[in-house]
Design a protein around this ligand. Structure first.
Ligand SMILES: *Cc1c(COP(=O)(O)O)cnc(C)c1O
Length: 364
């Protein structure tokens, strides 16, 4: 069977070249006589894989030397608890943006441990825009500022000018980049911490990645569980206990694929084109519409509704039959969502647009 275009928000489509390479190495990796997933994480072979993966990630994202890269379990969600436990003491204050479901979850978790000041947002369940900087209120004594750069469910993404205003506060900035990491070049040195679950734009589920400035490791509260303490990972090459070895290896294949295809810069121009043409089509069709503020729309998660919402389930069924999978939107937001991460070929977006056009014609 041919591979379909899979628009799932996560776990999500992986590059075909990566899947083929993994498949070719599945039974016997590099003449080791076994699969990577059957190897001891402490073996020389696996350690060499792990070191290369970190080196490739550092190259792909141009990570400065004073940053550590941690490979973790527990998803991005586990870091919602780890962040306050590693960086604050009881009674401290922290600043959080509330721009959607994921930032809200981070806030709920942080609120168990510290005083959370909401910089902006939180009134509406699924905001469709990030308010103007004039409406933001930071607290003077915040230990850090947390934000989710791309709200995956709605497709709402922070833009450069707003991020500049965040950096200008002079506080450590912590970013949940689960759904837009590596979609374009960024200057890692502007952030204190970048973290992401792998299953959107990096690899399979089970692995998450943290890029963290050296000096932020080693301050965890006494009560912090060992596996939530970043020092545990930093001091043990992310191998204090058994890591998600196979997911880690697959992420490495994705980094190799990115490098071979011109890196993040090259993929960024493809991503921009993919998103632009899909939004252009939606905006110009009376049949579909998008509710996100046009200047803050995500490159990665494109949400849209059908003007006649009674046709939604038919749209989902027909798109599936046409080989366009997982387009149904998140239940919290409704409508449709096309997640078009790095691994989604431009052809997938072209095919989607052609399908939408055809569907609109036959249902006008
Ligand atoms: C998917 C997602 C998460 C949750 O990731 P898990 O790995 O399931 O914990 C957190 N933040 C964002 C922005 C996401 O898209």
């Amino acid at each position: 069977m041919a591979r379909a275009f899979n628009f799932s928000a996560g776990p999500a489509m992986l590059p075909e070249a990566v899947m083929r390479k993994a498949s070719a190495e599945f039974l016997d990796w590099n003449h080791a006589g076994m699969s990577v997933m059957e190897m001891s994480h402490r073996s020389k072979e696996y350690m060499s894989v792990a070191h290369k993966i970190e080196a490739d990630l550092r190259e792909v994202m141009a990570i400065p030397d004073n940053y550590k890269v941690l490979f973790l379990h527990g998803g991005a969600s586990m870091q919602f608890s780890a962040i306050p436990l590693n960086l604050t003491q009881e009674g401290d204050t922290v600043d959080y943006f509330n721009t959607g479901v994921w930032s809200d979850k981070a806030i709920k978790e942080a609120s168990r441990y510290v005083n959370v000041n909401i910089v902006t947002g939180g009134e509406a369940d699924n905001p469709t825009e990030i308010p103007d900087v004039a409406e933001w209120s930071f607290s003077d004594d915040a230990k850090y500022i947390h934000l989710c750069t791309n709200e995956t469910i709605t497709g709402l993404e922070f833009q450069e000018d707003q991020l500049e205003h965040v950096f200008a506060q002079g506080k450590p900035v912590i970013a949940d980049m689960s759904s837009n990491i590596m979609c374009r070049p960024i200057d890692v040195s502007r952030y204190a911490i970048i973290y992401a679950g792998a299953q959107k734009n990096i690899g399979p589920a089970g692995l998450s990645i943290m890029i963290i400035r050296d000096d932020l490791v080693g301050h965890a509260r006494e009560i912090t569980p060992t596996l939530l303490n970043w020092a545990t990972y930093a001091n043990n090459e992310s191998m204090f206990n058994t890591p998600a070895t196979y997911a880690w290896y697959l992420a490495g294949l994705v980094f190799e694929w990115l490098k071979a295809n011109g890196g993040v810069e090259a993929i960024a121009s493809v991503n921009q084109r993919k998103a632009q043409k899909l939004y252009d089509y939606i905006d110009n069709s009376p049949f579909y519409y998008n509710t996100i503020k046009p200047t803050q729309r995500s490159w990665m998660n494109v949400t849209f509704y059908l003007t006649n919402n009674e046709l939604e389930s038919e749209f989902v069924q027909a798109s599936k039959a046409a080989g366009l999978l997982s387009l149904k939107g998140h239940k919290a937001f409704g409508g449709m969502r096309a997640s078009i991460y790095n691994a989604m070929p431009e052809e997938g977006v072209d095919t989607l647009i052609a399908f939408m056009e055809q569907f609109a014609k036959t249902h006008a």
